[in-house]
Design a protein around this ligand. Structure first.
Ligand SMILES: *Cc1c(COP(=O)(O)O)cnc(C)c1O
Length: 403
């Protein structure tokens, strides 16, 4: 396979993650869809976030396999660029990072009381606790393993998702205090998550800050002094320095996508390029319909290119006729319906610039290339969902960094 100009070819291997089948998939379907993740962009974005964070540390959030960019590779690149810690939802995700050789602090914050806390303790994972029953499950794991757990309290300050409610909070503090006193638990931090961080001026941000400060004060009244406290996600890191506290927890911005597209790109660089290679080129006469249902009829004789990626791979069918690819130095419109594993683009009068095997970029970060935000706007969703969509036969490769 050739290379796209600014992305040196790299093979998976250094970063196992979800990429174990990548070589086999490449061999089986060489022109098929792939994401190329630029680890230099990850490093660049982490440096921007550090600048915004001031004295606060940066926890890079790598849940959902690093927002579908590869948690291990992104985690290593982020730490090398100055992130201090990593954050994930499940214990499984956290343990996988440890097994990949990452020694930095890792916080896991979305587990129920049946989770494998013994595994978390054994792997030195910081456990985010959101209910009293979870704290008791952690305690049981401490008793069974004979090792102390590191616990962080997740408090609900208004998102009303996971996190300790005000009803449970006093009980949790009382039980935690007892565990800390007998050195069964190391109390690490208190954190909370914003509901409206992407609207920097929303009054809920200030309400949540006030409730967060109250929660910290209540812990101190119970004799529980957190080592650090943290509240800010990507948008707050970039727009609300007053909410940085001791650490910020950016996710989407690490991947180079703006958490508040209306406010610009903050100098971030998209790390993911979603692409596939032209598998066939053909002439189509005026009046011929293209793809299922003939929703597009060629208005003139034209040349079309077939791209082997479809909705099974993360190219949303509702984008049919509403997106473009970067191909042969220009944007080319999709025509007709997106199918399960292929779609067609119209090359019009500039067909000579395109050959079988050329890379068609569905979204990326380079000049002229379509952006994840364009898909998001057309699909009435957010860039987060767009980068999480490549899947199925889509393989992942890395460029830059150690890849
Ligand atoms: C996902 C998540 C983040 C990161 O959010 P972004 O908007 O991607 O920056 C931070 N903290 C918690 C608790 C999260 O669940």
């Amino acid at each position: 396979m050739g290379n796209t100009p600014d992305m040196p070819d790299s093979r998976p291997g250094d970063y196992p993650s979800n990429d174990r089948d990548a070589q086999r998939a490449l061999d089986a379907w060489p022109g098929g869809p792939e994401t190329v993740v630029d680890l230099d962009a990850i490093a660049h974005n982490v440096r921007i976030l550090r600048d915004h964070a001031g004295d606060a540390a940066v926890m890079a959030v790598v849940k959902a396999d690093g927002y579908n960019h590869g948690a291990v590779a992104v985690g290593k690149a982020a730490l090398a660029a100055g992130a201090a810690e990593l954050g994930v939802t499940s214990i499984d995700e956290a343990v996988a990072l440890r097994e990949a050789g990452i020694t930095a602090p890792i916080l896991s914050w979305l587990n129920d009381s049946s989770a494998d806390y013994a595994a978390a303790i054994a792997a030195d994972i910081e456990i985010g606790v959101s209910t009293v029953s979870q704290l008791r499950a952690v305690e049981a794991a401490v008793r069974s393993t004979g090792r102390a757990a590191t616990v962080t309290l997740k408090v609900d300050t208004g998102l009303n998702r996971n996190g300790l409610s005000t009803v449970e909070y006093p009980q949790a503090l009382a039980e935690l205090r007892a565990l800390v006193d007998e050195q069964a638990v190391r109390f690490r931090a208190i954190f909370s998550h914003l509901a409206c961080g992407d609207e920097p001026e929303h009054p809920t941000n200030d309400l949540q800050r006030d409730r967060f400060l109250d929660a910290i004060a209540a812990a101190k009244e119970h004799g529980l002094e957190p080592e650090l406290v943290h509240l800010a996600n990507s948008p707050a890191t970039l727009t609300r320095p007053d909410l940085a506290f001791d650490m910020v927890r950016p996710g989407i911005a690490v991947y180079g996508l703006s958490p508040v597209p209306e406010l610009g790109d903050f100098g971030l660089r998209p790390a993911m390029t979603f692409q596939a290679r032209v598998v066939q080129i053909k002439r189509v006469a005026a009046g011929e319909g293209i793809s299922y249902g003939h929703t597009w009829i060629a208005p003139r004789d034209t040349t079309v290119a077939l791209i082997p990626a479809g909705y099974a791979d993360g190219v949303f069918r509702p984008l049919s006729g509403r997106f473009e690819v970067w191909l042969g130095g220009a944007r080319r419109p999709n025509v007709g319906r997106v199918c399960m594993d292929q779609f067609v683009v119209d090359l019009g009068d500039n067909a000579a610039d395109v050959r079988e095997g050329d890379v068609a970029i569905m979204f990326g970060g380079g000049d002229g290339e379509p952006r994840a935000e364009e898909w998001a706007a057309r699909l009435d969703t957010i860039n987060y969902e767009v980068v999480c969509s490549p899947r199925g036969r889509s393989i992942r490769r890395y460029a830059g960094g150690a890849g």
